[in-house]
Design a protein around this ligand. Structure first.
Ligand SMILES: C[S@@+](CC[C@H](N)C(=O)[O-])C[C@H]1O[C@@H](n2cnc3c(N)ncnc32)[C@H](O)[C@@H]1O
Length: 345
């Protein structure tokens, strides 16, 4: 595990997963001068940097909810001047972000889900079970509840649900009961205490398989603290709506719960919605997306050797074929100069 180190060049801290594949999928939509990519998960800006280098007339709007990531990526990408615009937002706000920039639609959207190596490396953020730290786990440290709040306030049933659904933890109830019992003595504060309790709650036989037993509990808490799945449920359709016709979306997921949400949203767009048996398929029922990947792509041997984080990646991509009624409504509202986020503040 590496140590927190703001002095290391940003690019050395994180190798973007399937970077060239992402650029190759997005580039055909970014060839026109002035075309725009929204990188919804800027992180340390690795994917964005590659796009700015390889699509020399495109611009990138980089969203992240983590202010530290925005600062570091901003420094790394400063050499691109006004071709790069950082935005502090949650990615389900993509519609507002695009509208506030005065754009009708964008040519590309990239989502590289989950936490960054930066977040995992910074011990005091509390994401890593191998380092003792305050139980925080917020990607946006300017707001929201922490992992300690979840552990100190949720009842046993709610905790069991979180651990089972988001961590796929077989022993969710045992861990949840132990969490509640322990907090009657003193409130939860540190990740090290949680890792010890999880280890002690899981039967010895089960501890010998399936990797570090804390991994599932820490994943579940992180998803709950950041509302990751609810946000993603809203964000993928919003990102598809933000695409101009011909625009492309690429999403990289790292666990099955995320990938299922992405898969469903793309399937809705690639499937005809016409009732069976119609002699002619009405235009409005035709698919509005074309899949650019066959199912989900995984990392090959070379990528795995380069980048261990790619082991669990599932990449899906699609291209926008036509507008939908929602799409037109949103575009029309934007044209009518509806108030921007800044105006509403
Ligand atoms: C895996 S990293 C992205 C790494 C990036 N592609 C690179 O090359 O450096 C994911 C980033 O997305 C951010 N993020 C995760 N969920 C988010 C959300 N709902 N809204 C905005 N940013 C989010 C995280 O803070 C993190 O910095």
């Amino acid at each position: 595990m590496s140590t927190p180190d703001d002095a290391r060049p940003t690019g050395d801290r994180h190798l973007p997963v399937l970077m060239q594949r992402c650029v190759d999928l997005l580039a055909p939509a970014l060839a026109e001068p002035g075309s725009v990519l929204v990188d919804c998960t800027l992180g340390m800006g690795g994917h964005t940097e590659a796009v700015l280098e390889q699509a020399p007339t495109a611009r990138v709007v980089g969203i992240d909810r983590d202010t530290q990531a925005l600062r570091l990526a901003g420094e790394r990408l400063a050499r691109f001047g006004d071709r790069f615009t950082p935005v502090h937002a949650v990615y389900d706000e993509i519609g507002d972000v695009v509208a506030d920039l005065g754009l009708d639609g964008v040519q590309g959207v990239l989502m590289d889900l989950g936490v960054s190596s930066l977040q995992l490396d910074e011990a005091d953020r509390g994401f890593a079970y191998a380092q003792d730290a305050p139980l925080d786990m917020r990607m946006d440290q300017t707001r929201g509840i922490t992992a300690a709040d979840v552990l100190n306030t949720y009842d046993e049933r709610a905790l069991t649900r979180v651990l089972r659904e988001y961590g796929e933890e077989r022993f969710a109830q045992r861990v949840a009961r132990a969490v509640v019992r322990r907090r009657e003595e003193r409130p939860w504060e540190r990740t090290g205490e949680l890792a010890d309790l999880v280890r002690a709650s899981i039967p010895a036989a089960a501890r010998r398989t399936g990797g570090n037993p804390s991994k599932r509990t820490f994943q579940a808490l992180r998803i709950e603290v950041n509302g990751e799945l609810e946000v993603l449920e809203r964000a993928v359709p919003a990102a598809i709506e933000a695409l101009a016709v011909g625009g492309r979306i690429v999403v990289e997921s790292y666990q099955s719960l995320e990938d299922r949400i992405v898969k469903r949203a793309i399937a809705r767009g690639t499937t005809s919605s016409a009732p069976a048996g119609l002699p002619v398929e009405p235009e409005t029922h035709k698919p509005y997306l074309e899949a650019l990947t066959r199912g989900a792509e995984e990392a090959d041997e070379a990528e795995l050797a380069r980048n261990p984080r790619s082991a669990s990646v599932r990449l899906r991509a699609a291209r926008r074929l036509r507008p939908t009624p929602d799409h037109l409504r949103v575009t029309a509202a934007r044209r009518m100069n509806r108030p921007t986020k800044e105006d509403r503040r």
